[in-house]
Design a protein around this ligand. Structure first.
Ligand SMILES: Cc1cc2nc3c(=O)[nH]c(=O)nc-3n(C[C@H](O)[C@H](O)[C@H](O)COP(=O)(O)OP(=O)(O)OC[C@H]3O[C@@H](n4cnc5c(N)ncnc54)[C@H](O)[C@@H]3O)c2cc1C
Length: 492
């Protein structure tokens, strides 16, 4: 018998779960409060400029290929992935410019030119990063952590016994500093903790797997922009018979005697055998589910990832010194993270990320112009920091760019701004977090909400705040794992 599955949200996590379930013959309805799919991965198009509003770099392309394969996607239903080289161009306050390339020889040569003593450390660091990936990916990424019993069973046991080798007892910064002596290289590799919104001075060095994922498995641009991937997945879901209802705001997940019965959206009840929530896991468990205050408090206590402030700038003229992805570092990286995660205030001197898709797709900006996506990391929202001085942040961004010889004075012809409060209000993202739950503690992977909710039978979570975590490939995996849990439960 086909089960009826309700999915809350058409972000990457919801679309992935919907596709996996529909491909296995289930009847799937997706409820999305916005008028279009994508969630944080949205699109702004105005006066000849086109911007992605969220993710810009796609890693772990095989996760996407597996999703397409599971759905039997035809060649013309798949997006084109374009390797980006260099993956990122780094600008330092002392004038150093360093291209980080997936071509390891090229990367080694670039490092040798600025920090000869660290040239050989790149390969050694990536080997170390790869070892952690080999040890952890199966349990921490590709499967549900499930209950402790399952974790201690069979092939997981050897990994757990080798916990010291996954470097969980040092911080990211300590692991990186043990490999590199030049502070610029340390800063570069520390930055990867931000890929899931964490602090390199607090997050366990296990997160040092991310450089392996980016350099050796590859960083890709999605031809047409990240929103092309949203369109592709939404179209694939529709072709598989998924009913996506836009403008449908789910108010409540209805349960009876600890079992899901369906959802209430816009005052209407819809019965479902199972519900997968792609809405933020903390928001889901504290606002959509009825339950004991004590349980809700446990979810509220999970530290969110950082938030972000995005400027989408239409820029007149072209800036030849920039690549597709660029980072403009500050002098005092530690102080930036202390601002974000300890003082919970906007960084006084932020690192600036700039991505220009017109470098790969010229039609994303009018001739003689560029589309700049500019991101600054911000603290998650608290009562005290909700009133953000956007003008002050814009000034510090422009100052940082000027410091590297990039003068935008009078050249910004169009601007849209996305604030932490926008992320919270538009997507119900817990405290405006970008990636869900931070990984600032050694046991974060175990505290992160699991894909199967034990306290409410028939309820599942997919998305950045659920296992295995934030970022596009992991969120696609969370949809797959939630769908797997649904299938296990309805068939057995
Ligand atoms: C500025 C920025 C830059 C980023 N850069 C990268 C990057 O370069 N690479 C990368 O891999 N990742 C990046 N990320 C992270 C990535 O975008 C996210 O991890 C991913 O898109 C989250 O997907 P999701 O499905 O978990 O959640 P969301 O995208 O938040 O989707 C949840 C959906 O649920 C809907 N919803 C919520 N509540 C309800 C309700 N009550 N009823 C109905 N619908 C509801 C929302 O409207 C939304 O559409 C970035 C994110 C941001 C914001």
């Amino acid at each position: 018998m086909r089960a009826s599955i309700g999915i809350i949200g058409a972000g990457f996590g919801g679309l992935s779960a919907a596709i996996h379930l529909a491909a296995q013959g289930q009847r799937v309805t997706v409820y999305e409060r916005q008028r279009e799919p994508g969630g944080k991965a949205s699109e702004v198009a105005r006066d000849g400029f086109r911007f992605d509003t969220g993710p810009s770099l796609l890693t772990m392309p095989f996760v996407l290929e597996q999703l397409y394969d599971a759905a039997g996607a035809h060649a013309d239903e798949r997006v084109e992935l374009v390797p980006v080289d260099p993956i990122c161009r780094y600008f330092y306050p002392d004038g150093t410019v360093l291209d980080a390339s997936a071509d390891e020889d090229a990367f080694r040569r670039a490092v040798a030119a600025v920090a000869p003593g660290d040239a050989d450390a790149v390969a050694r660091f990536l080997d170390y990063s790869q070892r952690i990936y080999d040890l952890t990916s199966d349990i921490f990424l590709f499967n549900s952590l499930g209950d402790l019993k399952a974790l201690l069973r069979g092939r997981n046991l050897p990994t757990l016994l080798r916990l010291p080798q996954i470097d969980a007892f040092r911080t990211v910064h300590e692991g990186v500093s043990a490999h590199f002596s030049d502070p610029r290289l340390v800063q570069l590799f520390d930055r990867y903790a931000t890929y899931n919104g964490s602090d390199p001075w607090q997050a366990p060095a296990t997160l040092n797997i991310i450089p392996y994922v980016e350099y050796r498995l590859g960083g890709y641009y999605v031809r047409g922009g990240m929103y092309a991937l949203v369109r592709s997945l939404a179209a694939l879901a529709a072709r598989l018979g998924v009913d996506i209802r836009y403008g449908a705001d789910v108010e409540r997940i209805v349960s009876e005697s600890g079992r899901v019965r369906g959802i209430m959206a816009d005052g209407q009840f819809a019965a479902h055998d199972a519900v997968v929530s792609n809405a933020d896991a903390v928001y889901t468990m504290t606002q959509l589910v009825e339950g004991k205050e004590r349980r809700k408090e446990r979810y509220r206590k999970l530290e969110p990832s950082c938030s972000g402030l995005v400027f989408l700038w239409g820029v007149r003229g072209e800036e030849p010194s920039l690549g597709h992805h660029n980072i403009f570092f500050n002098e005092d990286y530690r102080s930036e993270f202390d601002d974000i995660f300890r003082r919970l205030r906007p960084p006084q001197d932020p690192t600036v990320y700039v991505s220009i898709t017109a470098r790969s797709d010229a039609d994303h900006a009018p001739a003689g112009h560029e589309n700049w996506f500019v991101l600054v990391n911000m603290p998650y929202l608290t009562e005290e920091n909700r009133a953000l001085d956007v003008d002050a942040v814009r000034s510090s961004v422009l100052r940082r760019l000027r410091g590297s010889g990039v003068d935008l004075d009078g050249r910004i012809v169009q601007e849209s701004v996305i604030t932490p409060r926008d992320l919270e209000e538009r997507h119900n993202s817990n405290r405006g977090s970008i990636y869900g739950i931070s990984s600032n503690s050694r046991n974060a992977a175990f505290l992160r909400p699991q894909n199967r909710v034990r306290s409410v039978r028939g309820l599942y979570l997919s998305g950045g705040a659920a296992h295995p975590g934030g970022g596009v490939p992991l969120v696609l995996l969370s949809g797959k794992l939630a769908a797997r849990a649904v299938m296990e439960d309805i068939s057995g």
